[in-house]
Write a protein that binds this ligand. Structure first.
Ligand code: ASP
Ligand code: MG
Length: 412
């Protein structure tokens, strides 16, 4: 029998009634002849509640116990989903991560999947079981402890199962009906994409589009898993969702596929740093050891032998970054005149594989922003994306203007 993976996110299993609706969709696929692996998230809000309980009990918690607590939400929905399917006369049972087993690294709260042996579940399918309901987001370490894969990790569980079982497709059921050219709450002209290439989706996910966990897209790209994002709330017929696939499977696409944004960014500058080998290494080592996730980096000559070093990071890490560079200065590792933090910025990016073969995208993006009177503070580019930092108050305007200028409301 061909295998299908169906993943239901937190809002799709938020109540018993929603679990019943999800189970009906599973029943439809079983009736078509698939053996189905269902991956479930915890009921929406549950994981946040569990994380809160851990923090309240033990602020400097043991990460192994954090995982023991936080992974439990998925076990509840897995059991309830299996029971619901059984009530519909669909042969189903639940599996927690360790029972499969989903083998992961020991990096608690951010573990990576290393291996998913297919034999246990396949043996049950051979005996007539039709649906294996697996708790998403969790696995077991080499030491035999429960691990979790990082927030949003059940997307990654789903893709990893699709790869391990050579599933025909991996359907991700969520509360939106697909991947959009931008967030419809920001631009009402946002359009649902029929298809998007893995690489574009990877950029959009890491630039702040929240539909899929970045890691899951990486895995899908590596193992060429056909991923479909669709809504569990809409009726099946007009609900094809968005297919995330290889770029060869997309005949026509716009040069720019989407506009992404991330609101809570900050720009920090170390003014007047000595311009000599090893200085950048010292600064960014200090930041990384201080737990700061640096995104963009720009270096500028300010005066003879001195340079300004600018970077961006999430706003809630600014205090940590300030401490890291102040400590490094106190230890004599680096030297600078002052540190300036601009905490009112946002990042806006345009993404598209068409940029590899089309010139002028950057020029057009900058013209659009200038026509709106928006000042660009930092620019970075990769082969398929251009990102700028701008004042946060212009973020919506920038997204709308770029969406209009690149005519993203029209399909290719
Ligand atoms: N329940 C977990 C979370 O909220 C995992 C997931 O739903 O993907 O992060
Ligand atoms: Mg999610």
């Amino acid at each position: 029998m061909p295998v299908l993976v169906m993943k239901f996110g937190g809002t799709s299993v938020a109540t018993l009634d929603r679990i019943r609706r999800a189970a009906k969709r599973v029943g439809v696929e079983v009736a078509k002849g698939y053996d189905v692996i269902v991956i479930v998230s915890a009921m929406s809000g549950k994981t946040n509640e569990l994380v809160g309980w851990v923090n309240e009990t033990s602020p400097l918690y043991d990460a192994r116990e954090y995982d023991a607590v936080v992974s439990s939400g998925e076990n509840v929905t897995a059991g309830l989903m299996a029971l619901t399917l059984q009530e519909m006369d669909v042969p189903a049972r639940s599996w927690q991560g360790w029972q499969v087993p989903v083998r992961t690294t020991s990096a608690h709260s951010a573990a990576r999947i290393e291996e998913i042996p297919a034999d246990n579940i396949m043996a049950k399918f051979a005996e007539g079981m039709k649906v294996a309901v697996v708790s998403g987001f969790q696995g077991v370490s080499p030491e035999g402890r429960i691990t979790t894969l990082g927030r949003g990790g059940s997307d990654t569980t789903a893709v990893a199962f699709a790869a391990a079982f050579e599933a025909e497709r991996c359907d991700i059921y969520t509360d939106v009906d697909g991947v959009y050219t931008t967030d419809p709450r920001v631009s009402p002209k946002a359009r649902k994409l029929e298809k998007i290439a893995f690489e574009e989706m990877l950029e959009l996910a890491s630039l702040g589009a929240k539909v899929l966990q970045t890691r899951s897209v990486e895995l899908a790209m590596r193992y060429k898993v056909r991923l479909r994002v669709l809504s569990s709330f809409e009726e099946q017929s007009d609900n094809a969702g968005t297919l995330v696939c290889d770029e060869e499977d997309i005949m026509e696409s716009n040069v720019v596929a989407g506009v992404a944004f991330s609101r809570d960014e900050s720009k920090m500058t170390l003014v007047s740093v000595a311009d000599r080998p090893g200085i950048a290494a010292s600064i960014f080592t200090a930041l990384s050891e201080g737990g700061v996730n640096v995104d963009m980096i720009v270096q500028n000559i300010s005066e003879e032998g001195r340079t300004d070093m600018t970077w961006s990071c999430p706003t809630d890490q600014v205090a940590r970054a300030e401490k890291a560079v102040a400590d490094a200065k106190a230890q004599g590792v680096i030297n600078f005149h002052e540190v300036i933090a601009d905490t009112d910025v946002a990042k806006v990016s345009v993404v598209g594989i068409g940029m590899r073969s089309h010139t002028g995208v950057a020029a057009k993006m900058f013209q659009v922003l200038s026509a709106e009177g928006i000042n660009i503070k930092v620019i970075t580019t990769s082969e398929i994306k251009i990102s700028v930092l701008i004042d946060r108050k212009y973020m919506e305007l920038a997204v709308q203007a770029l969406h209009d200028a690149f005519e993203l409301e029209k399909a290719a």
